[in-house]
Design a protein around this ligand. Sequence first.
Ligand SMILES: N[C@@H](CCC(=O)N[C@@H](CS)C(=O)NCC(=O)O)C(=O)O
Length: 210
Amino acid sequence: MITLYYHRGACSTSNHFALEDAGVAYEAIEVHLDRKDDPIAQKVRKLNPMSMTPVLVLEDGEVLTQNAATLSYIADLAPEKALLPKPGTRARAQADSWMAFVASDLHPVIIEYIYKGFGETDAERARLVAFYEDRVARRLTVLEERLAGQPYILGSEYSVIDGYALIVLNWSVPAGLPLDAYPSIRRYMEQIEARPTIRKVREAEGPIDW
Ligand SMILES: N[C@@H](CCC(=O)N[C@@H](CS)C(=O)NCC(=O)O)C(=O)O
């Protein structure tokens, strides 16, 4: 059985969605990495010296980290569920490109947005706000335009990339980032949140305390 170590509402929850959608046997264990003496946190810090989730422990005990790799691995366990296009195809290369967009563009930029008010003077704060607003808007505009013409990132079908994007977009709440200018993104988030597998995982994990 695969074991997922996750933190509720963090990017690792998208792996919880993927395992549920794939229909494979798994155990999901919540970890609070900030709790120094917690035995689960101590174990996960050893499994992943970066001290980050997601951490997947595969059937034979091998450890796999990094969302782009773990989500692809889970999707490929259940090819019949078509949670990603088949490996080695042009469609998969395009999917990898969008996975990278979420993992290395959208994910960090929404986290960075939280730092926009950190300047020490009014002038410095204004400079940072303009800088981070531009960075986040460029990425959200790319996603908005993509979703204006199709329901999901890859087209008409849901993929594990959408579950990851949903989690990252959810952080707009603690980041204080309004999404009013992005109606297709808002529709997309609602549509994914309503999926039965997503609702099941949300219920299993419990409410998020932003
Ligand atoms: N590049 C990593 C990023 C993972 C990541 O940012 N994990 C966050 C939760 S969303 C985390 O564990 N943060 C704890 C920390 O930074 O100390 C991946 O894709 O797996």
